[in-house]
Design a protein. Structure first.
Length: 268
């Protein structure tokens, strides 16, 4: 796979069910990421994740990396301040009063949300998923991991989510496992650049293709010690992930007031 800028990893944050699990980096929870938009008088920043990651929590907790220290910043949120998708898509957005001179961050700006068409990105286009691998838990800093793959089908199809919504879904060939729920998926035109500076200013993109919401299972026979089927199946990981189109995030943002305490005076 082509090299990508390591700075893209700073877009991800980790989401936990409570403060204790966030401080100890325990296995529960999922991934979120930063988005931002321009508004009159400044810009606003948000964290996006799957609704199913935070839906049954009273106080979802976000863990952020800070500049100049390995000590993470633990943000205890209130579930009532999260904005869910108005039509039941598996997405929630939290208006984040973050300080850009304190927290490591990369924003995905709303104008970079990718509309699905065939101009630059389509079948076989390479993608990268940035999220939380819980097998590396108990780290002093959040350490997002990148998984790589490609768009497996150019058509958007629908599969019912846990909220009863026919969820618009893009299928990518990219392994997702528990912990990667809520991860951003970036589509990009690969570059042959070899330095970090060149990577930051090369090619086309990245575009925010969407948000991981599931990994597709693949039924597999259970065998006995003689490798004979016993009449039972388990659901293996097929290697395909389901991605909610990025423009669904905009459908939430349009319901969030532009003038509020999380308004910043200028673009960072």
């Amino acid at each position: 796979m082509p090299r990508i800028p390591k700075r893209w990893l700073q877009a991800a944050v980790f989401v936990y069910p409570n403060k204790a699990s966030a401080k100890s980096d325990l296995t529960g929870g999922g991934t979120g990421f930063f988005v931002a938009r321009q508004v009159d008088g400044g810009w606003q920043s948000f964290v996006v994740t799957n609704r199913h990651v935070i839906d049954k929590l009273d106080n979802p907790v976000i863990r952020l990396n800070q500049l100049g220290t390995a000590e993470p910043d633990i943000w205890v949120t209130n579930r009532s301040r999260w904005f869910d998708h108005p039509s039941g898509d598996d997405l929630s957005v939290y208006p984040l009063d973050m300080e850009v001179d304190i927290h490591r961050h990369v924003f995905f700006w709303e104008h970079a949300f990718y509309p699905i068409d065939d101009r630059h990105v389509g079948l076989g286009s390479e993608v990268v998923m940035i999220g939380r691998f819980v097998g590396l838990n108990r780290q002093p800093e959040i350490m997002p991991m990148a998984r790589f793959g490609c768009i497996a089908n150019p058509e958007v199809f629908r599969e019912t989510n846990s909220f009863g919504k026919p969820q618009e879904t893009i299928v990518v060939e990219c392994h997702s496992v528990p912990g990667f729920s809520g991860s951003p998926v970036l589509a990009y035109i690969p570059s042959n650049a070899t330095s970090e500076d060149a990577l930051e200013n090369s090619g086309v993109g990245p575009f925010l293709l969407g948000v991981v919401w599931k990994h597709f299972g693949n039924p597999e026979e259970v065998l006995d010690e003689k490798l004979s089927p016993i009449g039972a199946q388990i659901k293996g990981n097929s290697g395909f992930a389901g991605v909610i189109p990025a423009l669904k995030i905009s459908e939430i943002l349009q319901n969030i007031p532009e003038a509020a305490s999380y308004l910043f005076p200028s673009e960072p």
